[in-house]
Design a protein around this ligand. Structure first.
Ligand SMILES: O=C(O)CCC(=O)C(=O)O
Ligand SMILES: [Fe+2]
Length: 296
């Protein structure tokens, strides 16, 4: 796969790459380590024309790492969306559905609210028809964090964020209040990454909500708005216009992803992967540590 590294990257930050020279069979025949090295380097990869059955996409995911299953979680809320570990993102029009609806999703980290360690995710376009909109957004969060205004950076770095699940039909933990299933700031090989998600715009039905730890929702709002604006800037965020058999492999530590609203027919498969050999070093944020010390 080394030959593809001469291609131009998708984003001006040097992240994102399109690979259009392999069939599905050839991709399955590649060393998973090569694929993961590409992912480490570029943050996200769009493979074109990968015609896979459900079994093959699961096989591809399983070569890369440990597939994260949500079986018990989905069963506990009676959420029936595809054969586990595949999650069908199918544009469900039921009014209570948000995550798998045709509506927009802000940039987010997969697994955050449920507290799962997800190193990478696959989104696979199984069937796209007369689609208008529905781009998946992919953000180079690593560069965006490095280039963030200092006050905003410090606020999140020192305090961390907290999230709450709101979509009742999806999260068994919905309405449990604000909590941090996963700490905000982590480090890997000297690079910092933040496990956070952006808030839904005001007035929209929201699947989750976040705030700055130690602040009220009201106090947090201007900062959460600034975070959403900053990360979604075109310098950092690519919009994937789907064609059937596109396969997007994205890092879930140094990248965030989201969705634009759409009309038309769009079936994506979503699979979450844990890389057991990748250890996250949690950087406990200072303010919360202080609070813990004071309480002790
Ligand atoms: O529909 C999309 O493009 C993304 C869906 C997504 O982020 C999810 O299912 O977690
Ligand atoms: Fe997602």
């Amino acid at each position: 796969m080394t030959s593809i590294t001469t291609q131009e990257t998708i984003l001006p930050t040097g992240k994102g790459i399109i690979v259009d020279r392999f069939s599905g069979k050839e991709l399955l025949g590649h060393s998973p380590d090569d694929v993961k090295e590409l992912l480490r380097q570029y943050g996200f990869i769009v493979f074109k024309n990968i015609e896979y059955s459900e079994e093959e996409i699961v096989q591809f995911a399983a070569q890369l790492g440990k597939i994260v299953t949500y079986d018990d979680e989905r069963e506990s809320v009676n959420y029936n969306k595809g054969p586990d570990p595949i999650f069908y993102v199918d544009g469900d029009t039921a009014p209570e559905k948000i995550l798998c609806s045709t509506g927009a999703l802000p940039l987010h980290t997969e697994g955050l609210v449920l507290g799962n360690k997800v190193d990478a995710l696959i989104l696979y376009a199984a069937a796209i028809n007369r689609l208008n909109g529905g781009e998946t957004t992919v953000c180079d969060a690593k560069t965006a964090i490095q280039e963030m205004p200092a006050d905003l950076y410090q606020l999140v770095q020192e305090n961390g964020c907290e999230f709450t699940a709101l979509e009742k039909g999806y999260f068994s933990v919905a309405d449990n209040g604000y909590y941090s299933a996963i700490d905000t700031v982590h480090e890997l090989d000297g690079d910092e990454f933040w496990q956070i998600s952006m808030n839904f715009p005001e007035g929209a039905r929201a699947a989750w909500a976040g705030k700055i730890a130690g602040m009220t929702v009201e106090e947090s709002k201007p900062y959460m708005d600034r975070l959403r604006l900053h990360f979604s800037h075109p310098r950092y965020t690519y919009r994937q216009r789907w064609e059937t058999y596109d396969l997007l492999l994205a890092d879930n530590k140094f990248c965030y992803h989201g969705r634009e609203a759409y009309v038309g027919s769009r079936l994506l498969y979503n699979i979450n992967i844990d890389f057991p050999e990748v250890v996250w070093n949690t950087v406990r944020n200072q303010v919360r540590q202080k609070a813990i010390h004071q309480a002790a």
